[in-house]
Design a protein around this ligand. Sequence first.
Ligand SMILES: [Zn+2]
Ligand SMILES: [Zn+2]
Length: 717
Amino acid sequence: MKIARVALDVPLPKLFDYACPEAGERDVGRRVVVPFGNRSLVGIIVAVSAETDVPAEKLRAAGPILDDMPSLSRDWLALARFAAEYYQRPLGEVVHAALPPRLRRPQPLRLATAAYALTEAGRAALPTLPSRARAQRALLERLASGPTSPASLGSPAALRAVIRAGWVGAVPAPRAPFRFVAEHALIAAQAAAVAAITAALDRYQAFLLAGVTGSGKTEVYLHCVAQALARGRQALLLVPEINLTPHLAETLARRFSGARIVTLTSALAANERAEAWLAAHTGGADVVLGTRLAVFAPLPKLGLVVVDEEHDASFKQQEGVRYSARDLAVYRAHAASVPAVLGSATPSLESWAHARSGRYRLLELPERARPGSRLPAVRLVDTRTDRAIDGLSEALAVAIRSRLDRGEQSLVFLNRRGYAPVLVCGACGWTGGCPRCTAHLVLHTADRRLRCHHCGHETAIPRHCPTCGNVALAPFGRGTQRLEETLAARFPGARLLRIDSDSTRAKGRWDAMRGAIVAGEAEILLGTQILAKGHDFPRVTLVGVINADAALVAVDYRGPERLFAQLHQVAGRAGRAQAPGEVLVQTRYPEHPLYQALARHAFAPFAESQLAERRAAGFPPFVHEAVLRAESEDMRHAIAFLQRALAAAPLSQDGIALFDPVPMSLARVAGRERAQVLAQSRSRRALQGFLGEWVQALYGLRSGKVRWHLDVDPIEF
Ligand SMILES: [Zn+2]
Ligand SMILES: [Zn+2]
């Protein structure tokens, strides 16, 4: 009896056995359709065995094995297994999160195949084929002379049979070799970084590429990618935001003429995404560019891994399998014995600590790459003396005016979208809160709505105060829409462009806006963090930062690290071409060490002082953390579940600190109350061992309506 062990997307930490007489070793890594309850699911065969613990009367028969694509490799399955063990999730969940949605459906793919070729097994089988298998033999002989398009292969039935046998597989269409277009000469620091990385192309080494904004990190990546491609390898390039992919994809296409570049993001249509994924899987794609989900792209010829803006929180998945794409990228590089390059102007403290300890090799780009381009001058505007009127200090207003006069662009940064963060009744103190979250409803005047930025709940703006009937309700605080009003009134006739997730929601909007900015069709850009990340706007010479102080008093120990990174990034948009840049930060606390470090572009001293604080307080990266979270309609149920979970924790807790259940800092979201238990250890291995045992006990607990999950290396509290 042949048993297929199948990884299925169900929340149980086990594999599922099915009778599958046709299964063989060659089917490991293939999709199979199986019955589950009264549903039909698609799973991945991870092993084929002769035995099972499932009693014969309960053993069900697997449906068809789908041989519409080459099997997932053992290396890929090992990656999924590592992620499942490290993040404490069932293998089936990880595998399904890693597959593009089109491949999660229990139907065969119908994608055009460019060409077929003999596999090793096919080459070996050809001389042994019995003479009666005439059609198959003819087909293999035809393919023995090289990859062939399906149209010239004749009998579809014979083709299916030889694919099924593992003798023939899809391959990309043959094409000419690529050519790397070197557009810029490298400056010395860039050349040194490229030399160091390319010298390590045949082994594992993690590099931290710490380069100031405008130092040409991308150029370093491109030169290293060119070297990897020249060796016939594939490169994986991860970026934090979908918005960053179109521009980079254009650059890659221009610079690697003849190479196949594919993009993998959640914004792609299902078929496009499946095609890109398969191009990676069959080795047809030379470069895979994508957001965090692309870290799971199967890459049989992986030669280089690059993570740009590695400090960015977007690399951490916040639901389902809560993986860090940056950390998995480093794992992949290690498993494939190739280098990983993590780049940032403001590296994460974790990576910085690794560079200090020698685990990562630090490569620095201390200067801007473009001749004549210098880091912008940062000026702190003390709003205790230069009072901001409608959010705008006189100093910033004067600076914007001078840019308008000179025909240069200004960028005004306010990391809060909407009109105002809250609507307030001046008579009784009522504030518009979300009924489903511990959060205020944000006022959006454009469509006259109050909207929750956490759960999406929205209502019309009330005509009067629901508590006291007062009709004079007033906005409090400032969002981008309100600041847009202010700027329009202060600079009549200036061409303003507001860029936030409201104004860029429609598909293609951001691309159009970026085009308009680069073409100089806007004079004042106003926006949120969308504007801060990695973009190159050569006409921007002034950056104004509004109301960053609010983030100084963050509840989370990562607050200062994030604020510094964000402000440094946005400041870096100023003066990237020849014209010198200037940054004005409005603050009531100009003496604050964070602002002082920012003004001196002093990342390293800032990172050192933060690390010293983290060490003293016992925070990551000096300890390793995981949280067990519980969600329920009722906080008491969530806490009670966590208490039972604590009681069920393994007795051996050497080196593990377990804290009491507490509500999360944003305790209620979308009508669900959220609480958590923090586990800490100085030893990652001890923590992993503990979690592995604990999670087994957790699956055994009755949770009722409480939903729970573990989050390893959490970044949200
Ligand atoms: Zn009132
Ligand atoms: Zn809400």
